[in-house]
Design a protein around this ligand. Structure first.
Ligand code: PMV
Length: 326
């Protein structure tokens, strides 16, 4: 059977940076995120008799050898879990160009896992889908459930999965993803995270992350935007401090990233309630409430060096779709 799934990318308010188990991608800490409406992946999977390997293509682009190998490795994990023997034809498409700098591994692996599970015609729970997606790319496990999501770190594979804290309609937030550099990131998250223990600040991060998790849970519960913003901004700076103090150090920010960070503080002084967070790259996510979107976009207009912005609302999790890609 042929099946298609759509999965969103997500932005973490409390970040994941560092693994307790490399192979299983068990994280050093739990994390909390929001699914993104404008950055998503659509994937069609069909297990076919007669294929001697997985046949993987991306619409409007090309997978390099290492990307094909990573998809096949994940397909092996899925086949073992579901008891499927055949190789598969896999076609995938991102809503954003790969070069736009938006994260594609989270949406990509979540869509792949859901499409493969549906194509296998087996009954697979949301928890299992999340666990399987985690093995492909850690943050992908958070793209399976709806809306605002927590990834419980767990001590073993079956305990490390994500679940929805609140549905996407719960809170009308925005994530304005500001693209300042559309090149592919120079150091992948997998490579960067392997060095996390070389940072003398890692322990300090892990000691403080429980408080951040408690604050974000409380901010979501009470729709306390200031607490959410203050915590998420500090969290992003905290994670980047670890990155910058690893050996060798990783500097993901560029001068426009820094200019936006500086501006966001000024905009708040001017009464515009907006906070930033940044993943493993130079692009900045501006988080505000829906009612403030227009004012933030006006302010952003004055920043020199912005290539493009992508406006996201909270989105539902991975789901099946009827329009196949082949
Ligand atoms: O799952 P990965 O390998 O894409 O790692 C994600 C790491 C960050 O985006 C930097 C943080 C996060 O929690 O999303």
């Amino acid at each position: 059977m042929k099946a298609t799934a759509i999965a969103p990318s997500n932005i973490a308010f409390v970040k994941y940076w560092g693994k307790a188990d490399e192979k299983l991608r068990l994280p050093l800490n739990s994390s909390i995120s929001m699914n993104l409406s404008a950055a998503f992946t659509t994937t069609t999977v069909e297990f076919q008799k007669g294929l001697s390997r997985d046949d993987t293509t991306i619409v409007g682009g090309a997978f390099d050898e290492s990307e094909c190998a990573r998809v096949s490795k994940q397909m092996d994990v899925i086949r073992t879990h579901l008891g499927v023997k055949e190789f598969a034809k896999v076609v995938t498409q991102n809503s954003f160009p790969k070069s736009a700098g938006a994260a594609s591994s989270a949406s990509g692996f979540a869509a792949l896992v859901m499409a493969a599970a549906k194509a296998s015609e087996k009954v697979v729970s949301e928890k299992e889908l999340s666990m399987l997606a985690r093995i492909g790319s850690g943050s992908a496990c958070r793209s399976i459930p709806d809306g605002f999501v927590e990834w419980k770190k767990g001590e073993k594979s079956e305990e490390s999965y994500a679940f929805s804290l609140y549905p996407h309609e719960y809170w009308d937030l925005r994530d304005i993803l500001v693209i300042v550099d559309s090149d592919r990131k120079k150091i992948s998250t997998s490579a960067g995270m392997e060095l996390v223990r070389t940072s003398p600040f890692l322990q300090a991060r892990l000691d403080s992350v429980e408080v951040s998790l408690t604050n974000v849970r409380q901010a979501l519960k009470n729709k306390d935007f200031e607490l959410l913003g203050v915590t998420m901004e500090a969290e992003a700076i905290n994670m980047h401090s670890v990155m910058m103090t690893q050996v060798p150090p990783i500097f993901y920010w560029n001068s426009v990233t820094m200019e936006i960070i500086r501006s966001v503080h000024e905009w708040r002084v001017d009464g515009v309630e907006v906070y930033f967070t940044i993943d493993a790259g130079p692009n900045v996510h501006l988080i505000c409430e829906g009612k403030n979107e227009k004012r933030v976009l006006e302010k952003l207009n004055d920043v020199v060096g912005v290539k493009k912005s992508i406006i996201n609302s909270p989105a539902c999790g991975a789901h099946e779709a009827q329009d196949h890609l082949f």
